[in-house]
Design a protein around this ligand. Structure first.
Ligand code: 5GP
Length: 205
């Protein structure tokens, strides 16, 4: 198979630091980040078109009808979905694309794109996870409670992922994820044209 872009799926507990990790991967290595659509309210500081495409329920459901998502899911009473056009175009252009999505979405993507690289990001412990959620200060106690309960279910899905990455120190976590991406992209199945080229060169020497 010829190398297109890799589809890199990053999931993890709410509060595991996925957002910061993904931002670092984009800044340091220039990966293409898919911006999801959601029906949830913007948090303070979030910008439409940068953090998410914020949609009404009606707008979101229309996009579902038009086959506008490669996957979508409901999470804590809101819709979240990955826009089809951006992902397909970026991959076709040979760019590595990052999706930061929840478990149902990751399972769905893996069915459609078996070569997608799936990683689950976790805090070192449940205690640290909870304190990071409180530290964020953007959600009320009831929402944090829902997210912690959801984490219990999400933990059941951890074995579905190919890689589990513990985010204790951000730099180490970024390095670990980058190593995984390099290893995946080095698989011989993506190197067919390179192999053929070097074979040609060798036989013409
Ligand atoms: P948050 O509200 O904290 O930004 O996101 C809640 C959850 O939705 C996170 O686990 C996040 O990874 C997930 N999420 C964000 N965008 C998408 C998406 O397009 N599809 C799916 N399935 N999950 C998403």
């Amino acid at each position: 198979m010829e190398q297109k872009g890799l589809l890199i799926v990053i999931s993890g507990f709410s509060g595991a630091g996925k957002g910061t990790l993904v931002k670092e991967l984009v800044d340091r290595y220039g990966y293409s980040l898919s911006i999801s659509c959601t029906t949830r309210e913007p948090r303070p500081g979030e910008v439409d078109g940068v953090d998410y495409h914020f949609k009404t329920k009606e707008e979101f459901e229309r996009l579902i009808d038009y086959n506008g998502f490669i996957e979508y899911a409901q999470y804590v009473e809101n819709y979240y979905g990955t826009p089809r056009k951006f992902v397909e175009e970026e991959m076709a252009a040979g760019h590595n694309v990052i999706l930061e999505i929840e478990v149902q979405g990751a399972i769905n993507i893996k069915k459609q794109y078996p070569d997608a690289v799936t990683m689950f990001i976790t805090a070192p412990s449940a205690e640290i996870l909870k304190s990071r959620l409180y530290g964020r200060g953007s959600e009320d106690e009831a929402t944090i409670d829902k997210r912690m309960k959801r984490a219990i279910t999400e933990a059941d899905s951890m074995p579905v992922y190919e890689y589990i990455v513990v985010n204790d120190d951000l730099d180490e976590c970024v390095d670990q994820v980058q190593s995984i991406i390099i290893a995946e992209g080095s698989k011989s199945k993506y190197k067919e044209s390179f192999i053929n080229e070097i074979k040609d060169e060798l036989s013409n020497m």
